[in-house]
Write a new protein. Sequence first.
Length: 333
Amino acid sequence: MTTLEIALVVCVAAIIVLVVGNLVFSRIAERKNPPVGSFMECDGIRLHYLDCGAVGAPCIVLFHGNGSMIQDFIVSGLVELLARNNRVVCFDRPGFGYSQRPRSRIWTATAQADLFVKALDQLGVSNPVVLGHSWGTLVAIALGLQDGYPIRGLVLASGYYFPTWRLDVWLMAGPAIPVLGDLVRYTVAPIISWVILPLAFRKLFEPRPVPPKFKNGFPWSLTLRPKQLRAAAEESGLMIPTTTQFQSRYPTIRCPVQIFHGTGDQVIESEQAKRLNQMLDFSELHMISETGHMVTYAHTATIARAAETLAAAESPRIANSEARSASRLKSTT
């Protein structure tokens, strides 16, 4: 064999070893971290969800961020707090955790909202409060923009609402490219992701340390599966186009909105939350000092109270401008 042929054989063998290794790793990760909720078939998609809390009480629906899953809200304590007096429904969004993400659709925030409207109807949920964190805020907003599905209010935490120049977003979108991206996802991407994971977690929580309950309780190995890496890459690529599409429609949101953002967020600049608050008629802004992207861990009780207040409201929509909060800008320390 020539040197070129030997090199080719070695490369092919290495690729096979990496692919098999990642498949085995994925199987081990799933065996170690089995589903925590139930499954439903909705619009041809198998969704993993958690439905808990007080039967017959107002419902609060939770949407996690990019790369995450149901366990994020469980580990933070948000599910436990909200479930004491409310019904709580939390989904693994398509491609994350144990929910499917067929390639036959482009899973924009609007497409996901359409799917979840059908899923919530199947579960008998009406007029919920919708809480979204990070990328999940876009899905929550997409629900709020739907005229045919009234909601009581929105709670938006650490969201990205307006397009900006972000090189990191486009770099992270690479594994979503067909064929080449697939090869990367099943070979080197999980290894690279595993190496940078500690740094990524620190950046999420800065300026605060990563809390022990997250270190010990969040199933990080599930985030390294090739199928979840594809979902995360796709959503990175969709983030800026989605906000470009949504930004002119924010003033049409007629339900009350509670906005939370950490002043020390290293992932999404806090100016995003301030701009959104200025565009909404029925909003209240909570700037959380000395807190990073994971405000759901730093101020879990505050966010839970905001959601419960909206859930206790008599009407799913505000009837007139007098119902608006007296203060457009509230600073929480």
